[in-house]
Write a protein that binds this ligand. Structure first.
Ligand code: AMP
Length: 462
């Protein structure tokens, strides 16, 4: 089926034709007609499936007709968990809507608020926002929601994970009840499924990928290595395999900076992207990486959300994420839009539990390898997949019919925000206000060690 049969008009078809989209992806085939008809949608689609176009294209189409947007008002509101994702979505909107006379804008924290207030003054048809900054703008009357026709929650599970449930509640209370809701999530936890039941009206449920599965287009493996040897192994792999563009994930901001220093001392060009870097530095780092000016981008989980780098072939997990679902987000950065990608995790003995949790989540035991010259002194214990834990009750309360909050209430509940949410890891704390604790990992390892990992050598040598 082609895009033209989905009910999109000529200016939109022309724009996506120029970008090179020939046919809709599975999520687009299902979401576009439903969203065009005004129906609520909850879609479980991994990043890289084309989910952004699946909601922006029909919403642009719907906005063509309808009332003119009033000063400071918004007609479509898209909420995203991070600034990077917000910028990415806004860029897509600008690309797809370039032949339409609709106004769009993006607002996020960490930068001056005044220019954003100026942008909103004349009203915008589509606003992409991170929750905290949107509430700041609303409390200053810079943005008004009476004209909102559609709300999109992008990467909703991530927003809850990052502790934004209170902010989402507050925003819901400010929106008109009679609106369309589209909810997207890269992974769909049972918590989110429960939440959507109370939030959405008779939603069309779309699940284009098996729940919590890693993208099939990504070849995954584990390299066993001693912790102290990880930087050397990374440099060795990059050189031996001659990788031109590598995205390296790492848990903390401090270790990201440290790794960049080590890579540079090995004469490899690298830059870190994390929450301590200003928005300008982060944007420049990403632009340089995309333009192949920097070979290695070292990113923390939060900073990497929303990164869309075309044809990124290589993702390295320098360490394993504390939260198993982050592994799926991490490796989803490669193997996008049908291209083949490779994700390699450098795993040391102390990470066996994290590995077990990931393998349980993806229902797959990862292939283990050991590189010549990097045989670990501390062997990584064998893992076994465990039964998933029973899901907890969702924490987000239904506030669709709630009254408008006054700014005072907003302030005091803002102070309390995130308290009732899942504790955050260090980079998430930084983004969400620094109040979280580290989340506990739920995986376990086998007590019995069932023998050594397969020793495979020279794989990366040409
Ligand atoms: P997303 O899942 O929205 O992050 O999109 C992942 C990538 O797929 C982006 O680089 C999009 O530009 C690209 N993309 C989206 N829709 C299509 C399509 N129909 N055909 C080819 N590429 C697409």
């Amino acid at each position: 089926m082609s895009f033209s049969s989905l009910g999109l008009s000529e200016p939109i078809l022309r724009a996506i034709g120029e970008i090179g989209y020939n046919k809709p992806t599975p999520i687009q085939l299902k979401t576009i007609p439903a969203a065009l008809s005004g129906r609520d949608v909850m879609a479980a689609a991994q990043t890289g499936t084309g989910k952004t176009a699946s909601f922006t294209l029909p919403l642009l189409q719907r906005l063509i007709d309808g009332p003119k947007v009033k000063s400071n008002h918004v007609r479509v509101l898209v909420l995203t968990p991070t600034r990077e994702l917000a910028v990415q979505v806004a860029q897509n909107i600008a690309n797809y809507g370039k032949y339409l006379s609709l106004k769009s804008a993006v607002v996020y924290g960490g930068v001056k608020i005044n220019p954003q207030m100026m942008k909103l003054r004349g009203g915008v048809d589509l606003l992409v926002a991170t929750p905290g900054r949107l509430l700041d703008l609303a409390s200053q009357n810079a943005v008004k929601f009476a004209q909102v026709e559609t709300l999109v929650l992008d990467e909703a599970d991530r927003m809850l994970d990052m502790g934004f449930s209170d902010e989402i509640n507050k925003i819901m209370a400010l929106l008109p009840n009679n609106r369309q809701n589209l909810l997207f999530s890269a992974t769909f936890s049972d918590d989110i499924r429960k939440l959507t039941r109370s939030l959405l009206k008779n939603p069309l449920q779309i699940d284009v990928s098996p729940r919590n599965s890693a993208a099939k287009s990504v070849k995954q493996s584990v390299f066993e290595v001693d912790k102290s040897k990880k930087p050397a192994l990374l440099s060795h792999l990059i050189r031996n395999k001659n990788w031109a563009q590598v995205l390296v994930f790492i848990r903390t901001k401090k270790s990201a900076d440290q790794l960049v220093r080590q890579l540079k001392s090995d004469n490899l060009s690298a830059v870190a992207i994390h929450g301590d870097k200003s928005q300008g530095l982060r944007s420049r780092a990403l632009a340089d990486f995309k333009a192949n000016k920097t070979r290695i981008l070292v990113a923390t989980d939060i900073a990497a959300r929303g990164l869309d780098i075309n044809e990124l072939p290589q993702v390295i997990n320098f360490d394993l994420p504390k939260v198993a679902q982050d592994y799926i987000h991490r490796i989803g950065r490669t193997g996008r839009a049908g291209l083949q990608g490779e994700a390699i995790s450098l795993v040391s003995a102390d990470e066996a539990k994290l590995l077990a949790a990931i393998e349980t989540l993806i229902k797959q035991t990862l292939v283990r390898e050991v590189e010549t010259g990097f045989v670990p002194n501390h062997k990584v214990p064998l893992t076994r997949q465990t039964k998933p834990k029973k899901p907890k009750k969702p924490k987000l309360k239904q506030e669709r019919s709630g009254a408008r909050m006054n700014p005072q209430e907003e302030k005091s509940s803002d102070r309390k925000s995130r308290r009732g949410s899942k504790p955050l890891d260090s980079d998430q704390q930084e983004q969400a206000g620094g109040r979280g604790r580290q989340r506990r990992n739920s995986g376990t390892t086998s007590k019995k060690n069932r023998g050594p990992a397969k020793l495979k050598t020279g794989r990366w040598n040409k």
